[in-house]
Design a protein around this ligand. Structure first.
Ligand SMILES: [Zn+2]
Length: 165
């Protein structure tokens, strides 16, 4: 899998701690949640850009369907609406990442890849809010984190930067 160095998932330590807590509370079931924040295009040199996905607020969700965790939350539209109200209307943030944990190494499963592909399609003329999201996957045991994006019809691993505030 290609690693895209110009797309960076920036997570403050506070959010990383919350992801770990979410993982521990759900184990041995897969944890899932949504990360909201900002997406910024940053010029690093002349005509060179990086895209930073900056996490600011995490919402841990209970998943009741094993292995389909992240997908189940998307279908729970009431919960999604509640989170959206708080993050977007109250805090002026945008969704940047779909989080879930894995009992196996933190790489997308075949189901994840299928969902990433599916969620990247526009629905009619409406912009799909799950398009171009980073999928943050945590190893349930080691708590290692990886980020992935389905971008221009290609599955890429992104760089991860953990910030201590
Ligand atoms: Zn998965």
């Amino acid at each position: 899998m290609n690693v895209e160095k110009d797309i960076i998932l920036v997570l403050p330590e506070k959010i990383v701690a919350e992801l770990k807590e979410c993982n521990r509370n759900a184990a041995p079931t897969e944890a899932c949640g949504l990360i909201f924040g900002d997406i910024k295009k940053i010029e690093t040199a002349k005509e060179n850009f990086q895209i930073h996905y900056i996490g600011k607020q995490f919402y841990c969700l209970k998943s009741n369907i094993e292995s389909y965790g992240s997908f189940a939350l998307i279908e729970d539209s009431d919960k999604y609406f509640e989170i959206h109200q708080d993050a977007v209307y109250n805090r002026q943030l945008r969704m940047i990442s779909i989080f879930h944990s894995h009992p196996v190494p933190p790489y997308p499963s075949s189901i994840d890849i299928e969902n990433m592909r599916y969620l990247n399609e526009d629905i009619g003329k409406k912009r799909n809010p799950f398009k171009n999201q980073i999928w943050t996957i945590m190893d349930m045991n080691t708590e290692d984190i990886n980020g992935f994006i389905y971008y221009n019809k290609e599955l890429l691993q992104v760089d991860l930067k953990i910030m201590n505030e």
